[in-house]
Design a protein around this ligand. Structure first.
Ligand code: NI
Ligand code: MN
Length: 224
């Protein structure tokens, strides 16, 4: 599994021969100006919630690629009504896609569309493919995270660390303990003033718990 960081909470995942885009917010991200959205490949677009900083480029990418949009029932319904291919899910449910299994799990956050319309309840995704990962979405630290390792032995967790709208680095390090991972990819930081972080401090918080925090340059990748 290869995971490319597209800035903010946007990811491009390659697994089992399929391309998955997560929460695309690229054309409006000053830190992601060098990413060419029209060149992105996508068989699926996973959306954690309806906030503008997670959906800006969904329609552009879906139009270019014909990708299937996977999200909660309300967000999937929103895009289905516009003619896109969708797959609706809800919390606790799993589906076997052609690349692997996806489970929609709890997040503590909100989820209205930019125009204020209802975007259902926010979530995260557990993906079980050639590797097993947890994409937390925007969330507070929550005891629900302890449920994930009861079903899935994760190789990596992708956690928000920017604070203000989500967990900070210290809560994310506790989340890493809850979901029982040693490697964490941090996201949802530095994009705007509210979520600028001290990278060295964040890495120290994790290393003090014998965890590794990976912070990628926008456009660079890791192999899981
Ligand atoms: Ni949000
Ligand atoms: Mn957000």
């Amino acid at each position: 599994m290869k995971i490319k960081y597209l800035g903010h909470a946007s990811l491009a995942i390659e697994t089992n021969g399929k391309n998955i885009i997560v929460d695309p917010f690229i054309t409006e991200n000053e830190l992601a100006k060098h990413i060419d959205v029209t060149a992105l490949k996508a068989d699926y677009i996973l959306i954690t919630h309806a906030h503008g900083d997670h959906i800006t480029d969904v329609e552009l990418i879906a139009k270019n690629t014909g990708a299937t949009i996977v999200s909660n029932a309300e967000i999937a319904g929103h895009y289905q009504a516009k003619g896109f291919n969708t797959h609706p899910m809800n919390h606790g449910g799993s589906w076997n896609f052609d690349f692997g299994k996806v489970r929609f799990v709890n997040a503590i956050h909100s989820s209205s569309f930019p125009d204020g319309s209802y975007g259902g309840q926010p979530g995260g995704f557990v993906i079980e493919a050639d590797k097993k990962i947890y994409i937390a979405g925007d969330t507070a630290l929550t005891y629900d995270m302890k449920l994930i390792p009861l079903r899935t032995k994760l190789d990596l967790a992708i956690l928000p660390i920017g604070s203000n709208f989500t967990m900070d680095d210290e809560d994310a390090a506790i989340a890493a303990e809850y979901v029982q991972v040693t490697r964490v990819l941090g996201y949802h930081y530095d994009t705007f003033g509210y979520i600028k972080i001290n990278h060295e401090h964040a890495k120290q918080v994790f290393s003090s718990k014998q965890k590794e925090l990976i912070l990628l340059e926008v456009g660079s990748s890791i192999e899981v």
